[in-house]
Every structure is written in structure tokens, then in C-alpha cells.
Design a protein around this ligand. Structure first.
Ligand code: GDP
Length: 447
């Protein structure tokens, strides 16, 4: 992600603190210097870095030696708190109008990901039971309307666009009409996609301001590409002055450019980051949680996001059955259960993405990137070559059965051996986890 380098540098900094009984002022100074360099290298705005480091230093020096945390953990906790602070503190949720429709207006530069975001937001709202209407008020780019229609189709959401010959070229009128359309047809949220330019210009700002005045939005969201570096901060300021907005949406967080500038936006503009986009697919989108982002940057993983995602994807009934088996109720946990768990994990997205969210995995990034999705295909193939009895009771899989399974799935016998061994190990681990009442995380084969 755009925060990789920052993550690596901070992890290295904290590593040097590990094992220290107490921190001298010199230790704290050295750590703060490292943090400063890490943030600046990540492209966080200078003024934000200065305040940040000063706050960390002051708190670290004054830190009570609490029994619960060692000094390294104390520093990490302070940095975590301060990061949450610059990211806006509390999670800011969307405000809905008392009387529908709620009007959400999107503003931002061309290419920032507005149109894509409109689709993501619409799908997300739809999944929560709302009936959103997408509005094509970007009449600048010739194919912008078509693009929104494509996005709307993918999200399964209606798109309001000017009729040919009626209001074409007048985005303000289209925006205004869309609100009455929503009232008549009972759409409860209107998402207005506006035109962007490649750079900030006054005509663009005027148009956005006119649309704002015409539709009186409940939320104006400023959409910004996290990969554009310090320009993100400058653009955020320009839009704040020109149109004004209630919240920020960061896009392209999956990119590989330094995204630290995005971390400065909330602090610099005083507006919360409300959503984050991290991919080209409509589902690559989520509410922005400052606390989760902070712990992710600190390499603690984003357990909450993972658990939430797991909840969304997981078949509750199936999981409950598997969990019961693991705690010794409801029969033996067999290879079919194993396969089902694996397939559910897989549905959550590419394995590398899932592992990136697990705590402590920050340092294992190389190996994670190397996890081969094809390996999972092979495991599936091997299990599919087994009989139902073998899957339910893997203990019976002896030498001759292994040879048959290997032949059936087109792999070497050694691979069947390794799968069966890994299954037994994984089952043991999952059973001990289940008995300790760990949160319902799925078991992962041999990883
Ligand atoms: P607009 O001009 O502001 O409407 O921007 P678009 O929605 O057309 O997006 C511009 C480009 O960025 C398109 O190619 C999108 O597929 C891509 N894009 C949008 N959001 C993301 C994201 O979160 N991650 C990545 N990798 N690409 C994105």
C-alpha cells in the first residue's frame, strides 16, 4: 500500500527499543529523530511532522513507567495515539438527512477516482438497505456520463443523466432535477458526481459551488488520490477555500507511491477522512477508521477490518458447524470442513491482501507476496480426488490411498503427504485455539 515504506521504517525504529529496560532521554531523542525522518520520507507535510514529533517527545519523556507496558510498547502506544489524532480521531460516519433524500456531492480533480467512488459509495449504501441514485453532473468530459452509467450498472444502481437535448451541458440543472427525481421516485440518497479538471481552476470551483448551492448537499466529500504527494495537501486546501467540504475520501491507497501526504490532510484542513478506496473494484472501499489505520501503519495489523470482512463473507451456519466440531461437539473436523474454511477465506479476497491485514505480518511481507494462489488450487484438487469417507476421516488415508489420490489430482505423492500432514497440524492448532475461545478466525492450511 501507499504506507509500506513508512510502516517498514517505523517498525525498524521500534525494533531498536525492544528489550530496553528503560528509555533515557537520549533514547527518546534518537527515536524521535527516526520517526521524523520516517514521516518526512513518507511525504507527510512538514508542519504536521513537527507537531507530531514534538508531541511524541513530550509525552515519552513524561511517561509514567506503567507496569503494563514496557518502554518500547509505551512509545508505540504514544505514536499510535498521535497518529490517530492526525488522522482525525473518531471515525466519522455519514450524516443522513432527516427528510430524504440525503444529498451527497463529490468534488475533486479529474482522475482522482470520483466516478469510481460514486459507484463504490452507491453499492455500499445499497448493501445497507438504502436506495441510492447516481447523478451524472460531470458534463465536461465527453464520456463521463457513459462511465458513470457503466459504474451504476455494475453497482446495480440507477443513474440520472440529462436527456439528449434537454439540459445537456448544464450540470447545475441536472443536479437540481435529480433531487426532484429522487423525491418522486423515492430514492433516499442522491450521489452527485461533479466535473473535475486536471488542475485547480476558478471556473471549476465556481461550477462546483453552483452545484452545491443548487442541491444544498448534506455532505460534500472531497475525493483525493493518495498517490499525488504534496499536491494532495495543496488541492485539499484549494477545494476547502473554493467549495468547502465536510469530509475527505482517500483513493488509491493500494498504490505504491508514498502516501504520507494523505495523512496530513485531516490535520491541515480540519476535515475528517471518511472513506478510503483501495482498488479498482467496487468492493475495494471502506469507512475510514483512524484508529485502525494507525495500528495498521504501526504494523499491528488491522484485526477489526479483517474480522468485519470475515463476518461479511462468512457463512455463519457453516462456520458455526466447523467451530462446534473443533470444540469436540458435532462430529470430527474433516478435510471437507478444512476445504470449506479455506474457500471462505479465499472469497474474502487475494490471500496477500488478507495477510497484509494480520498483526505481525508487516515483517513478513516478502513471504506474503510469494504466497501462491495456485497452491490453494492444488490443495482443492487433491481434496476433490478423495472419497467422502477419506475426507471425513483422514486417518484412513494410507500409502495406497495416497498414491491413488496423487494420480487422480495429477500431483506427486509427496504433495498429498504434505497436505495431509498440514491438515493434521492445522486441525490441532485450530482445536487448541477454539478451546481457548479465540475470536472466530478461520483456520488456514499450514500457514
Ligand atoms: P474521476 O476522473 O475523478 O471520475 O476518476 P475515475 O473514477 O475515472 O478514476 C480514475 C482512474 O483511477 C480509473 O482508472 C480508476 O479505475 C482508477 N481508480 C479509482 N479509484 C481507485 C483506487 O482506489 N485504486 C486504484 N488502483 N485505482 C483507482
Amino acid at each position: 500500500t501507499v504506507f509500506d515504506t513508512l510502516q517498514d521504517r517505523l517498525a525498524a525504529t521500534f525494533k531498536t527499543l525492544r528489550g530496553k529496560g528503560r528509555l533515557s532521554d537520549a533514547d527518546i531523542d534518537a527515536t524521535c529523530r527516526e520517526i521524523r525522518i520516517a514521516l518526512l520520507e513518507a511525504d507527510v507535510a512538514l508542519a504536521v511532522v513537527k507537531d507530531f514529533v514534538a508531541a511524541v517527545k513530550e509525552r515519552a519523556r513524561g511517561a509514567e513507567l506503567s507496569g503494563a507496558l514496557n518502554p518500547a510498547q509505551q512509545v508505540i502506544k504514544i505514536v499510535n495515539d498521535e497518529l490517530i489524532g492526525i488522522l482525525g480521531g473518531e471515525t466519522r460516519v455519514l450524516r443522513f438527512a432527516k427528510r430524504p433524500p440525503t444529498v451527497i456531492m463529490l468534488a475533486g480533480l479529474q482522475g482522482s477516482g470520483k466516478t469510481t467512488l460514486a459507484g463504490k459509495l452507491a453499492l455500499w449504501l445499497k448493501e445497507q438497505g438504502h436506495s441510492p441514485l447516481l447523478v451524472a453532473a460531470d458534463l465536461q468530459r465527453p464520456n463521463a456520463v457513459t462511465q458513470l452509467q457503466v459504474v451504476g450498472q455494475r453497482a446495480g444502481v440507477h443513474v440520472f443523466a440529462p436527456e439528449p437535448g434537454n439540459g445537456v451541458g448544464d450540470p447545475i440543472r441536472v443536479a437540481r432535477d435529480s433531487v426532484s427525481e429522487a423525491q418522486h421516485k423515492l430514492y433516499d440518497v442522491v450521489i452527485v458526481d461533479t466535473a473535475g479538471r486536471l488542475g485547480v481552476d476558478s471556473e471549476l470551483m465556481q461550477q462546483a459551488a453552483d452545484i452545491r448551492d443548487a442541491v444544498n448537499p448534506d455532505e460534500v466529500l472531497f475525493v483525493v488520490d493518495a498517490m499525488i504527494g504534496q499536491d494532495a495537501v495543496n488541492t485539499a486546501r484549494a477545494f476547502a477555500a473554493g467549495v468547502g467540504y465536510d469530509g475527505v475520501v482517500l483513493t488509491k491507497l493500494d498504490g505504491d507511491a508514498r502516501g504520507g501526504a494523505a495523512l496530513s490532510i485531516a490535520r491541515v484542513t480540519g476535515r475528517p477522512i471518511m472513506f478510503a478506496s483501495n482498488g479498482e473494484q467496487l468492493k475495494d472501499f471502506d469507512v475510514f477508521h483512524p484508529d485502525r489505520m494507525a495500528s495498521r501503519i504501526l504494523g499491528m495489523g488491522d484485526m477489526l477490518t479483517l474480522i468485519e470482512q470475515a463476518e461479511k463473507t462468512f457463512d455463519a451456519e457453516q462456520s458455526a458447524k466447523a467451530a462446534a466440531k473443533l470444540t469436540g461437539q458435532g462430529g470430527e473436523f474433516g478435510l471437507n470442513d478444512f476445504l470449506q474454511q479455506m474457500q471462505m477465506v479465499r472469497k474474502m479476497g487475494p490471500l496477500s491482501k488478507i495477510f497484509g491485514m494480520l498483526p505481525g505480518m508487516g515483517e513478513m511481507k516478502e513471504q506474503i507476496a510469494g504466497i501462491d494462489e495456485k497452491e490453494v488450487d492444488r490443495i482443492e484438487a487433491i481434496i476433490y480426488s478423495m472419497t467422502p469417507t477419506e475426507r471425513d476421516n483422514p486417518k484412513i488415508i494410507d500409502g495406497s490411498r495416497r498414491a491413488r489420490i496423487a494420480r487422480g489430482s495429477g500431483v506427486e505423492v509427496s504433495e498429498v503427504n504434505s497436505l495431509v500432514n498440514r491438515f493434521f497440524e492445522a486441525r490441532k492448532m485450530m482445536m487448541s485455539m477454539a478451546s481457548r475461545k479465540m475470536p472466530g478466525m478461520p483456520g488456514l492450511p499450514g500457514m
